[in-house]
Design a protein around this ligand. Structure first.
Ligand code: 13P
Ligand code: SF4
Length: 320
């Protein structure tokens, strides 16, 4: 604990010295989220992270999250130095959607509007007409459907199916998945609900359809946090990365939160759902990134930037 406190103090001083701000996702470890809050940075979902970095005056953005979040920040503010604790922190959705194959998929359906989840590379974003995050995907697809547009959706198939079901939009889908949310198990969740019949179930829409069906509230990280505050229940079973418990518990200290099971049938697995890439954002890595950003700085191809900026700005303007 003493060592952690020392790291924190050194990072605080470095943030001031380097005119930098720490922007963390809800899935990072609690100490990283706390540090971002204490230092005037932010803890947020992927949409709010993009917006915060875009508007903050600091010259350097330290993005504690995964690669696509750093790339989005660089696309939006190329004049800033964007640094990540490690550039190794990626995402299974990003990895599972290579530009060449995705672009070929899009080329087969030239009449369709390409709507892409933010968890993708700059190249994929540049190929897209619209970027969405789970906070605004439903409204954007609804809007496009009302305009009579047919959609190509990528890469998360669970989020895509959920949105298709909700909106009735004509969507064809890339078959990607999040390795964390894909693991939530229906049978075990039903068993857990039986153990806590008064608990509300909160589910991130990157989870499988059968898990979403058991939910009392479905939404992005920030929407699930809001649901925890607003629903009258005292207990919650939460199907998303366990990093989210930090903010839920902070905002609702009287309420009780349980992790939805990810292991096999009947199991009541604890602490299973945690993104291995989010977990790479440790205090030591943040300090190192501030001391010597070389090899940790995010760069995007300036030719791709223009296209990615267009599709990302559409999202930001739509959800303003
Ligand atoms: P949110 O946009 O709900 O924060 O989720 C993004 C995500 O998948 C981070 O892993
Ligand atoms: Fe990607 Fe899933 Fe990790 Fe989010 S939790 S960064 S969607 S692998």
């Amino acid at each position: 604990a003493a060592e952690k406190a020392q790291y924190k103090e050194r990072i605080k001083a470095l943030l001031v010295e380097k005119n930098a701000v720490l922007i963390a996702h809800y899935y990072t470890d609690p100490e990283i989220q706390a540090l971002a809050e204490e230092t005037g940075g932010c803890v947020a979902d992927s949409l709010e992270m993009a917006r915060f970095g875009n508007q903050h005056p600091a010259q350097t953005l330290i993005i504690a999250g995964v690669k696509f979040m750093g790339e989005t920040a660089k696309v939006l503010t190329p004049e800033k130095t964007v640094v990540m604790p490690t550039l190794e922190a990626t995402c299974s959705l990003d990895l599972g959607c290579p530009i060449k194959e995705f672009s070929e998929f899009c080329d087969q359906h030239p009449e369709r509007t390409v709507v892409v989840y933010a968890n993708t590379s700059t190249a994929v974003k540049a190929r897209a007409d619209w970027i969405v995050t789970s906070s605004c995907a439903l409204e954007i697809v609804e809007h496009l459907d009302e305009q009579g547009e047919k959609i190509i959706w990528g890469p998360d198939r669970h989020l895509g199916s959920y949105i298709q079901k909700q909106t009735g939009a004509d969507m064809i889908m890339w078959q990607g998945a999040c390795i964390v949310h894909d693991e939530f198990k229906t049978k075990a969740l039903i068993d857990m609900k039986a153990l806590h019949p008064d608990a509300a179930v909160l589910v991130h829409p990157e989870s499988p359809a059968e898990v979403i069906e058991l939910a009392d509230a479905v939404g992005s990280t920030s929407q699930l946090i809001k649901a925890a505050q607003e629903l009258p229940n005292q207990k919650f079973i939460v199907a998303t990365d366990r990093g989210i418990f930090y903010k839920m518990q902070q905002l609702c200290p009287e309420k009780e939160f349980f992790e939805a099971p990810t292991a096999g049938e009947g199991a009541t697995c604890r602490s299973c759902a945690h993104c291995p890439w989010m977990a790479m954002n440790g205090l030591q890595a943040i300090e190192q990134a501030l001391i010597d950003p070389s090899g940790k700085e995010v760069f995007v191809d300036m030719n791709l930037r223009e296209g990615a900026l267009r599709s990302t700005n559409r999202m930001l303007e739509f959800s303003a």
